[in-house]
Design a protein around this ligand. Structure first.
Ligand SMILES: Cc1cc2nc3c(=O)[nH]c(=O)nc-3n(C[C@H](O)[C@H](O)[C@H](O)COP(=O)(O)OP(=O)(O)OC[C@H]3O[C@@H](n4cnc5c(N)ncnc54)[C@H](O)[C@@H]3O)c2cc1C
Ligand SMILES: *[C@@H]1O[C@H](CO)[C@@H](O)[C@H](O)[C@H]1NC(C)=O
Ligand SMILES: *[C@@H]1O[C@H](CO)[C@@H](O)[C@H](O)[C@H]1NC(C)=O
Length: 497
């Protein structure tokens, strides 16, 4: 591969009669060459380097690493970690590349380990499990599993990567039945800081097993996830768009849907107030999905009675939905999150402040090319109960005192300048929602969802004292030199607790 590449670049240079510049391997990647990984190294100027940078979901996350390493197997990951640790070379770990903010999954001037080649899914009928590569996209996972009439509790948007979602928790179509995505992982193959390859499960490295269920990239690089397979064939669902003037009824419908999740754990709801360039206005957009394939189940009664602009609901499969439900890439993205009490007053406040945000954005983005989302998802107490029943994770969601709503606040804009101006506006919006929620008894719930959190938030800190103690102890035990704290600065760090 390396050789072909040299040839190709030689030919193109020769044909333009320009000066021949040999492919320069930066000194920062020298330790990788010495470890025999030269063929897996991409440097600036390589077409594949540009392709991999372009494959990040968010423009905001596109940094310029000195080199990208694309290991082809677990042994190469182990060699790389050992070499980088010995050379004290800072690095980043990237799977799907969907975290929006700069520096979580990439590193300016350092080495980015890109797990894109780890993209296979294998169903094992004997154990009713699926082995899934960290760099897979959920749509490819579902396409493979549907051949066996199976699914797993994974992402709902097909482009999203496997590892980040699973290591940060994962809210899925199956959370009301089976807990979070991470609660469905039965084994992790992990490369530890010293290059050891271990398998963490309920019976082997059980402390590491639990810490990986929400603890993100603090303990090692996961090279394989084994998940419980779930029988799945036809499901019913799709998107519906509703006019913005039904906002108060939509809030009431979120609240009653959330209070009813335990009665119909197969029905799912994602509801948002969203400004979209297509509408040049705010609309209400919802994702309905019933995992048992029941058409228009009673859980959506209030929703289906509201006036609609259009909908795409139908009998379908999870695999098909993962292809159809896509949030646009290649924008500058700002995401914040809170967990709120399931109380209409709080949701209405968030929605009102969202209207104000949209007006503020229009002031400097007059052509209205921006997208915002004031997004609500049920976070009923049954989610945390399911996690505990599945063996427990490290997120502490079960400490919730009442049903909640997972609130995601986003703005997605076209340019870095717009991002810079929009960021403080979104931040203020979320702070005001937080302040308002705190005036209501139990209005602000502690848990902060890592996979939706902004860099300025500290989700690990929201997991509660007992889980914080476990996170620290596990990081110290499996990574005594602090490789994943000091040399891997990206992501949410145990060392910031
Ligand atoms: C369009 C869109 C839709 C989404 N839908 C959902 C949804 O339905 N449910 C939900 O819960 N979340 C959802 N999310 C959030 C999603 O879970 C996170 O963005 C998640 O981090 C994506 O995983 P990734 O592999 O692409 O992450 P990356 O950005 O590649 O990585 C995320 C973090 O994990 C670390 N990491 C990556 N791979 C590994 C590894 N193999 N070992 C150790 N650490 C690693 C990285 O260093 C980084 O800090 C969505 C996000 C987007 C942008
Ligand atoms: C996995 O990645 C390789 C290399 O990028 C690609 O050719 C292949 O199609 C991918 N497989 C899947 C299932 O996406
Ligand atoms: C969808 O599936 C249900 C149950 O299997 C069936 O009763 C219904 O007629 C189907 N609807 C359409 C539009 O195909």
């Amino acid at each position: 591969m390396h050789f072909t590449h040299l040839l190709l670049s030689f030919c193109s240079v020769a044909s333009t009669m320009a000066a021949i510049t040999p492919r320069q391997i930066p000194s920062k990647a020298k330790c990788l060459l010495d470890a025999g990984l030269g063929e897996a190294v991409l440097v600036r100027g390589d077409p594949q380097y540009a392709e991999r940078e372009a494959s990040y979901w968010s423009n905001s996350a596109r940094l310029s690493p000195a080199a990208i390493l694309r290991p082809r197997n677990t042994k190469e990951v182990a060699l790389a970690v050992k070499a980088l640790a010995a050379a004290k070379q800072p690095f980043a770990v990237r799977s799907g590349g969907h975290t929006n903010w700069a520096g979580s999954n990439n590193i300016a001037g350092g080495i980015t380990i890109d797990l894109g080649f780890f993209n296979t899914t294998t169903y094992n009928a004997a154990t009713e499990t699926a082995d899934i590569g960290p760099g897979s996209r959920w749509r490819d996972v579902y396409s493979e599993l549907i051949k066996h009439k199976r699914a797993v509790a994974g992402g709902r948007e097909g482009n999203v990567g496997v590892a980040g979602l699973l290591l940060g928790g994962g809210n899925t179509f199956f959370t009301a039945r089976r807990g979070f995505a991470c609660d469905n992982v039965v084994a992790y193959e992990v490369v530890l800081a010293d290059g050891r390859i271990v398998t963490a499960s309920k019976t082997s490295y059980p402390d590491l097993f639990v810490a990986l269920k929400g603890g993100s990239n603090n303990f090692g690089i996961v090279t394989k996830f084994t998940m419980t397979a779930i029988p799945s064939d036809k499901v019913w669902g799709g998107m519906a768009f509703l006019p913005k003037d039904i906002a108060p009824q939509a809030v009431d419908a979120v609240v009653s849907f959330t209070n009813n999740v335990a009665n119909d754990p197969d029905s799912n709801l994602v509801a948002m107030f969203t400004h979209m360039p297509d509408f040049k206005d705010i609309v209400v957009a919802t994702l309905y999905a019933n995992m048992a394939g029941v058409e228009k189940p009673a859980a959506y009664k209030e929703w289906l009675a509201l006036p609609e602009i259009m909908n795409t609901v139908k009998n379908t499969t999870i695999a098909e939905m993962a292809f159809e439900y896509n949030i646009p890439a290649n924008l500058h993205d700002i995401w914040f999150t809170l967990s709120l009490k399931n109380d209409a007053r709080i949701l209405n406040k968030a929605a009102e402040l969202h209207v104000k945000l949209v007006e503020d954005l229009k002031a400097f983005i007059p052509e209205q090319t921006f997208t915002t989302q004031c997004l609500f998802q049920p976070l009923p107490t049954v989610f945390g109960k399911n996690s505990v029943a599945a063996g427990g994770n490290i997120m502490g969601v079960e400490r919730q005192k009442s049903n909640g709503v997972l609130f995601l606040a986003t703005a997605m804009v076209q340019t870095p300048e717009q991002e810079k101006k929009a960021y403080p506006l979104v931040k203020t919006w979320v702070e005001e929602v937080k302040k308002f929620a705190a005036t209501i008894d139990g209005g602000l719930q502690e848990w902060t969802y890592l996979n939706y959190a902004d860099k300025s938030q500290n989700p690990l800190k929201s997991y509660g004292p007992e889980n914080i103690r476990k996170l620290k102890a596990t990081a110290a035990k499996y990574d005594p030199q602090g490789v994943f704290q000091k040399l891997v600065p990206g992501g949410f760090k145990v060392s910031n607790l």
